[in-house]
Design a protein around this ligand. Structure first.
Ligand code: AHR
Length: 663
């Protein structure tokens, strides 16, 4: 008899537990074995990919403010220049192909003034890259080349003023023009009480009749590290904050050009600006080449990043897909690449090392990686194997220490790729939908041959719904929203977890001028106009990851996570041996909070308090923009309750880094 109450209460207890189990699913567990090392994280794991697209350099990072400074942007009219003719003045302007500054700068702008006076000037105005940025208390360096017809010696007034000419922000005068070309330089300084604006123009004007020719008209604001031909400070600061390990340049499609003739002409990007003719870029506008090979190298060095130098490999873009056959035809291109490498790392006793020294940089740069071409998997003829081998053999013969990167990877595993020389590294590019990244993040790199070449994910970005190369994407904002950022973060956990395979990775494109007509591609990491800049949510997610990297990936496994097509949580765990810090990265891609038990083994002591950095928002379409630049940014806060076993809940739509101190 006594048995029944026991059986009944046992039954009730089990039923109760079952009911509880049905309503409260078990908490998934992330097991971390901090003493089990999967791989070192490459010291250059995360970097920057760059090319002249979206006005990344001209009208972007390269600080020059004058658009079309050498008058070559359009052969038929002085694009971005206009005639200034105040009431009563009579004047005209025209491109002049006969009064050449030199062979490279063979087009000048001729200003003919028939009538002008002190109170009614005539001249030329430049509208900059969507305006001239005027800031308070700022000094701008002006330089230009000019010559005059007999009878006119100046002065030429130089000014930054409002678009309608009613407000002069800064002005100066230069004198003594002659019938020969001469360089004139002057500094313009704005007063401290100016309200920042881009609604401004740059003026060169005269107050009496005469004819003047102008060339290489330049206006520079203060630059990063005060380099004379340098970069924009706010953008460099944003890039520096990402702590990039490398800079991949000069492309991208920009390396290849739309034809062999318009490939990146590195030799013509060297030296004094008067020797740089500029060239036709492949993204619909001319490049000034003011940011040339040496400036790329200095840019990298200024950010303590290594250069990853891409050399032209005899293939230019579809639809023409111009191809140079391997063998004798390709040899000049191989020689050109060797010259380029010598410019970067040869000492001053070598021909191209001496040229670098003459350009102002005697010491060689550090270089470990050379990339042979760009996206040569587009070349379906199968010629890449021969071209790669020819470059590989020549580079390895002269520079055995250099790692050669092939641009044919495993993005399309169904296509058989042949490499008769084993590349050191394969460059793979992934522009995928947010769903694709989230679906593939847990296992994409599992199937790779660990004895094969290392992988460089040299371009990657999640798009929300519309592919970057579609016309429809032009209607979307230039930078990604939270939906894409979550997928980007999930993808970053996958790449970091697979550090035994992936030695480098970089998002692309990196920079975008957000003005109408400024961009050719979306999404992009960092946006700007002439005055301001902002980081996208993906930028902040990347900065969070890069500044909390660690040097070793440790063993992890996740139990009990219910996966319905897409894993709700993506993760990666690293540690820093020097400080004993454990970095746990967790991305909640769902609209519900995710609770996780974390079992942290393989360490003796764990500090009970630590740090959480969180990037989140309630809506997937939330983003940052030029008008709302810091809508959402990472927030750091102290946390407690840490130990060998602890539980935390991760907010919906959030990217998280937990920083835990161990001994
Ligand atoms: O990042 C934009 C373009 O995408 C790159 O120039 C090219 O390499 C890729 O196809």
């Amino acid at each position: 008899m006594k048995k029944y109450p026991f059986i009944i209460s046992l039954y009730l207890g089990v039923a109760g537990l079952m009911a509880l189990a049905q309503t409260t699913p078990p908490v998934p567990v992330l097991h971390i074995e901090a003493d089990q090392i999967i791989a070192p994280v490459s010291p250059v794991f995360s970097g920057m990919m760059t090319e002249e697209i979206n006005h990344a350099y001209d009208g972007g990072l390269y600080a020059e403010l004058i658009q079309n400074r050498v008058f070559k942007d359009d052969a038929t009219y002085p694009a971005h220049w206009s005639l200034v003719q105040e009431t009563g003045a009579v004047a005209s302007i025209a491109l002049d192909h006969t009064n050449t500054l030199n062979e490279q700068l063979a087009t000048s702008l001729r200003l003919d003034v028939a009538s002008a006076a002190e109170t009614n000037r005539a001249g030329i105005a430049n509208d900059g890259y969507w305006g001239i940025p005027v800031k308070p208390g700022t000094s701008y360096r002006v330089s230009f080349y000019a010559k005059a017809a007999a009878g006119f010696t100046g002065p030429v007034s130089v000014a930054i003023e409002s678009e309608d000419g009613t407000t002069v922000f800064a002005q100066a005068k230069v004198k003594q023009l002659t019938e020969n070309w001469q360089k004139y330089s002057v500094t313009l300084t704005t007063p401290g009480n100016v309200t920042p604006t881009t609604k401004a123009r740059f003026i060169l004007a005269i107050n009496s009749p005469g004819t003047v020719w102008f060339n290489l008209v330049s206006l520079f604001p203060p630059t990063w590290h005060t380099r004379p031909n340098g970069n924009r400070i706010d953008l460099m600061q944003k890039l520096d904050d990402m702590k990039p390990g490398f800079l991949r340049f000069p492309g991208g499609n920009y390396l290849e050009g739309s034809s062999i003739a318009t490939r990146f002409p590195w030799k013509e990007t060297l030296g004094d600006l008067t020797n740089r003719p500029g060239h036709s870029g492949c993204w619909g506008y001319r490049s000034s080449d003011g940011l040339g090979l040496l400036e790329f190298l200095e840019w990298a060095e200024d950010l303590k990043a290594q250069p990853v130098l891409a050399v032209y490999a005899g293939y230019s873009l579809p639809p023409k897909s111009e191809l140079v056959k391997s063998g004798a035809d390709l040899q000049p291109y191989v020689a050109d690449a060797l010259d380029e490498i010598e410019y970067v790392i040869g000492d001053a006793s070598t021909k191209w090392g001496a040229r670098r020294a003459a350009d102002g940089r005697p010491a060689p740069f550090q270089l470990n990686y050379v990339e042979i071409g760009n996206e040569d998997w587009f070349d379906e003829s199968g010629s890449y194997d021969g071209r790669f081998a020819q470059f590989y053999d020549a580079i390895k013969a002269k520079y055995p220490q250099l790692q050669c990167i092939s641009t044919v990877g495993n993005e399309q595993p169904e296509k058989k790729r042949v490499h008769s020389r084993k590349p050191d590294v394969l460059d793979e590019h992934y522009y995928r939908s947010a769903e694709d990244f989230e679906r593939e993040a847990p296992s994409r790199f599992d199937k790779y041959d660990r004895n094969g070449p290392k992988i460089f994910v040299g371009e990657w970005a999640a798009y929300e719904d519309i592919v970057p190369w579609s016309e429809k994407s032009r209607r979307l904002p230039p930078t990604p929203n939270l939906k894409a950022a979550l997928a980007d973060a999930a993808w970053m956990t996958a790449m970091e977890r697979n550090s035994d395979l992936i030695v480098m990775q970089c998002y692309a494109p990196m920079l975008v001028n957000v003005n109408p007509g400024g961009r050719q591609w979306r999404p992009n990491l960092v946006g700007y106009d002439a005055l301001n800049s902002f980081g996208s949510p993906s930028y902040y997610a990347m900065a969070m990851f890069n500044t909390n990297r660690g040097n070793l990936v440790v063993r992890t496994s996740l139990d009990g996570l219910a996966v319905d097509k897409i894993a709700p949580l993506d993760y990666s765990v690293t540690k820093d041996t020097a400080s004993g810090t454990i970095y746990i990265k967790l991305v909640n891609v769902t609209s519900t909070p995710q609770t996780l038990q974390i079992d942290l083994g393989g360490v003796k002591q764990i500090a009970p308090t630590g740090l959480s950095v969180e990037l989140k928002s309630a809506k997937l379409d939330d983003s940052n923009s030029i008008t709302e630049p810091v809508n959402f940014v990472p927030v750091a806060q102290n946390i407690d309750g840490l130990g060998h076993v602890f539980t935390r809940t991760f907010a919906p739509y959030s990217v998280n880094v937990l920083k835990i101190q161990t001994k």
